[in-house]
Design a protein around this ligand. Structure first.
Ligand SMILES: [Zn+2]
Length: 189
């Protein structure tokens, strides 16, 4: 029987056969040649292995879309929340800044470095004066933050808009004329 496949199969013919794209009449001819040609059998096997590997690769490539993408998104969310929470924490450390009583010096207030601080400032005994503002300075006296007071509260609350590193700080109360009325030591550790 003479046919187009008496000689070795072309790469295209092998590929078409492997993919089942050869017409039924042509299949018989291809298979007839394959029966007698070990070269083409090897080439077909290589072709089929390539196709099988390609299909595995294609399935693996699809998996991230179906499985890994939601997991990756969840992992990103967990990471984002984990990173976000420490910065958005609404927890505020309350620190009492006490004035001396009856000649007894109040111990220095302590706070934790890096925490958001709310200072409760003891201005009792200064009612006769108009306490106008509070200021916090570092150990070298450089002002770090300031807040205005209405002069009516004897224990105003001051939430600092910045966090403090370890060190010694001083919180000072001034009257409207800029005279220092009281000073509190704050140790941040
Ligand atoms: Zn052949």
């Amino acid at each position: 029987m003479t046919n187009n496949y008496s000689h070795c199969l072309t790469d295209t013919q092998l590929e078409d056969y492997a993919f089942g794209r050869v017409s039924p009449e042509a299949v018989a001819d291809v298979e007839e040649h394959l029966l007698v040609c070990s070269d083409c059998q090897d080439r077909l096997q290589a072709e089929e292995e390539y196709i099988a590997a390609f299909r595995v690769a294609a399935r693996t490539a699809q998996r991230p879309v179906q499985w890994y993408k939601p997991l990756a998104a969840a992992a990103c969310l967990v990471m984002a929340v984990g990173l976000w929470l420490p910065f958005s924490s609404t927890k505020v450390d309350s620190v009492d800044l006490r004035a001396e009583r009856g000649g007894v010096l109040a111990p220095a207030a302590t706070a934790v470095a890096g925490h958001k601080l709310e200072l409760r400032v003891d201005l009792a005994g200064l009612e006769s004066r108009n306490t106008a503002r509070l200021q916090i300075v570092n150990a070298t006296g450089a002002p770090l933050a300031e807040t205005r007071l209405d002069g009516t509260s004897v224990a105003p609350m001051w939430t600092l808009n910045r966090k403090l590193g370890a060190g010694t700080y001083w919180v000072r109360a001034y009257d409207s004329g800029g005279k220092q009325l009281r000073e509190f030591k704050l140790d941040v550790e």
